[in-house]
Design a binder for this molecule. Structure first.
Ligand code: MRU
Length: 358
């Protein structure tokens, strides 16, 4: 089966890449979607950290790529520093980028790959060149991994399937055609008549703003639900399978992903519906034994208490706003990576460090 036509017939949005002159990171400002399509160039570490922290660029693979490209681009302006100051600046900037969002392992993974090659370089100019080459490798690998995830997951999605996803694990969350959405793009391209349902994904609405935007743009039928509606839809027999992305996958197969994923998984198990997770090698963290150890990013109260209706909660109310939850491995039917379809009992030991293997 060939899937090569997808790139020619349907051009997915490019969430993160070099700017045309190659000195900045070009992103789509995802805070403005779906109403406005605006690209932004990130030139400094401040720009990169702000864009990642405010979700202008978001999704585990995309923030890894943006962090890597951004660090490489920013360090090119510092070759005049003494080697010692250059090294100190690199470590400090890498650390700042790494800390912007703690849950997705892809960000630390990408930044650490850059640090490793720069530490081996003979001088500033050599380090800048090595940073650029490594960042570009991360970008290209991400595109390839998305496509391979799509190809491995394709046989799991029946013709005409009604598929539930959550948040956005599509092109906007990666440098390629996405992870959870990759097989759906391939299904659509092959004329397999799928239909997608997506939870709006409170509080920042990545499902309704972003997934629905990129799927409708590709001509794939999509229905937006509020997050509380998915279990009722399953009970009504209107979902054939669920597929979501991941921010970090622990050694035992526990999956951290957007808040609300766990509820989808619980409801899917109750209704005997397959629950798939799709993620590139860069999202696996075999050094983390279980999901219990994953740091969950907590975000501000305003994301929850302000919405399209204005103020949506009294100021005296406490707010609980974790950006992610952990779905226990037992609720996951299979994990699809760029290396194949993984089922319990999992052994991810070979997925530790792609950089070391190269
Ligand atoms: O807070 P976000 O929008 O960065 O959260 C994104 C998700 O949870 C995605 O499902 C995950 O990063 C996988 S993206 C391929």
């Amino acid at each position: 089966m060939t899937t090569d036509r997808v790139a020619t017939v349907f051009a997915p949005p490019v969430a993160v890449a070099w700017s045309p002159e190659g000195r900045a990171v070009r992103i789509i400002d995802q805070r403005r979607l779906p109403e406005e399509y605006v690209e932004r160039d990130l030139r400094t570490v401040d720009d990169v950290c702000e864009a990642i922290a405010t979700l202008a660029v978001r999704g585990a693979p995309a923030i890894g790529v943006a962090g890597a490209l951004g660090l490489a681009a920013a360090m090119a302006a510092h070759t005049v520093l003494s080697p010692r100051d250059f090294a100190a600046r690199l470590e400090a900037d890498a650390d700042r980028i790494r800390r912007t969002r703690p849950t997705a392992v892809n960000l630390a993974w990408a930044v650490d790959r850059l640090l490793r090659v720069a530490r081996r370089a003979g001088g500033n100019a050599e380090a800048v060149a090595a940073l650029r080459t490594e960042a570009e490798a991360i970008l290209n690998e991400d595109r390839d991994m998305c496509r391979r995830i799509g190809e491995h997951a394709l046989p799991l999605i029946p013709d005409g399937a009604r598929v539930l996803t959550h948040c956005n694990a599509g092109a906007l969350a990666t440098a390629g055609i996405g992870t959870a959405l990759a097989p759906l793009y391939l299904c659509a391209e092959l004329g397999r008549g799928i239909e997608v349902f997506v939870g709006e994904t409170r509080p920042l609405l990545q499902g309704s703003r972003l997934t629905a935007w990129e799927l409708t743009r590709a001509g794939i039928p999509v229905t937006v639900l509020t997050d509380g509606m998915s279990a009722a839809l399953m009970r009504a027999g209107r979902i054939d399978c669920c597929i979501v992305g991941a921010d970090r996958i622990a050694a035992n197969g526990d999956v951290a992903n957007k808040i609300g994923t766990y509820s989808v998984a619980v409801a899917a198990r109750h209704h005997d519906i397959p629950m798939y997770v799709a993620a590139p090698t860069s999202t696996f963290d075999p050094r983390m034994p279980t999901g219990e150890d994953i740091i969950i990013e907590q975000r501000g109260r305003d994301e929850v208490t302000r919405g399209p209706l204005g103020v949506t909660a009294p100021s005296a109310a406490h707010v609980y706003n974790p950006a992610f939850d952990v779905t226990p491995a037992a609720l996951v039917t299979a994990i699809i990576s760029d290396r194949g379809v993984h089922r319990a009992p999992y052994d991810f030991s070979a997925m530790g460090d792609m950089a070391a293997a190269r």
